[in-house]
Design a protein around this ligand. Structure first.
Ligand code: DD3
Length: 319
């Protein structure tokens, strides 16, 4: 049902985001819902698997993520001052509940589209039970690394950002040094309308550093640079100090090119739990104490049922 990894890679290499004029005119031609992959009432999000059909591409799988935007202080009062239509739901003493229909410009829904979506994209968003892995340095070499090398997940979008072929107008800060440099850019998850849910990523210029596991004391200048310059750039642009930021790496990451997450401390961004997030300041200190820290330590993280890597650990009798 899903496009092959081959096909996906070829399309990515054509240039990636923002270059295909036709898909911008009609991003989801003839969308038909196949299934709801996941939903969260708390996060006001729903993840859909659907099919789109066009003359040029035939029928393709699509993953569509719908999400309600947070309210913004600048626009929220106009919801109430411009004679809103309020439908009374309940009144009791001084307490009442209404349903308000916002004007269209204050009622937008963030819509993230992955198309063509591969089997892996679809699986990724399917709700599944989680299982904890305790990955030793040896497990990494014999199980995880071969899995990473065999998988066909394209990181063309990362290279598009580094090569200024996509999102170049969104760059907040760049240190162009090929060894210690990086690009700081708002993550897809952030609409940049309010700093309460600020979310930026620092993507490092050097290529081939897959994850935390590849880091040694050789990378300390790069990591210190990302920490310092990233904080400075965010203070300058958004007025948020380093002590109000959560700066961390994921293990496992969603994509195997070293990147660092910068999120607002007050925002419970996805992936900030102890089973995934590693504070950059701790990573730096661990490497200062032991240059081989991340080569040798057991790292613990959760995987979803049905994920290929979990199956590999099961087959090796490791969980
Ligand atoms: C991704 C992890 C990847 C769905 C979604 C996001 N920030 C990105 C392409 C461009 C980007 C990101 C995969 C993919 Cl929603 C599947 O993330 C991106 N550009 N996280 C930015 N700025």
């Amino acid at each position: 049902m899903a496009q092959s990894g081959e096909k996906r890679k070829r399309e990515d290499n054509d240039g990636g985001i923002g270059d295909s004029g036709s898909s911008q005119e009609q991003p989801l031609p003839g969308f038909q819902l196949h299934s709801v992959l996941r939903e969260s009432a708390r996060d006001k999000t729903i993840f859909l698997h659907g099919k789109v059909t066009s003359v040029s591409h035939g029928t393709q799988d699509a993953v569509v993520i719908l999400e309600r935007f947070p309210f913004q202080a600048e626009t929220v009062s106009s919801l109430l001052t411009n004679q809103p239509e309020l439908k009374l739901q309940l009144k009791n003493d001084i307490y009442s509940v209404y349903h308000l229909n916002p004007p269209p410009e204050l009622n937008e829904v963030k819509t993230t589209v992955i198309c063509p979506a591969t089997e892996k994209h679809i699986k990724k968003y399917l709700h599944q039970d989680l299982y904890l892995i305790h990955e030793t340095g040896e497990d990494y070499k014999t199980i995880t690394l071969p899995f990473i090398e065999a998988q066909s997940f394209s990181i063309q979008w990362v290279y598009n950002i580094l090569d200024k072929k996509a999102e170049s107008e969104r760059i907040i800060h760049e240190d162009p040094d090929p060894e210690h440099g990086f690009i700081l850019i708002p993550d897809f998850k952030w609409n940049q309308k309010q700093v309460e849910d600020l979310y930026l990523i620092a993507i490092c210029h050097p290529r081939g550093i897959k994850s935390l596991r590849d880091l040694t004391s050789d990378h300390l200048p790069l990591l210190r640079n990302i920490l310092r310059e990233g904080q400075e750039a965010i203070l300058k642009r958004y007025g948020i100090h380093g002590n109000q930021l959560r700066i961390y790496l994921h293990y496992q990451p969603s994509y195997y090119h070293l990147h660092v997450h910068f999120t607002a401390l007050g925002h419970d961004a996805p992936g900030i739990s102890v089973d995934r997030a590693h504070l950059l300041c701790d990573v730096i200190q661990n490497l200062e104490c032991d240059p081989q820290y991340y080569k040798t330590r057991t790292l613990t993280y959760a995987l979803r049922a049905g994920e290929e890597l979990l199956e590999k650990y099961r087959a090796a009798g490791k969980c």
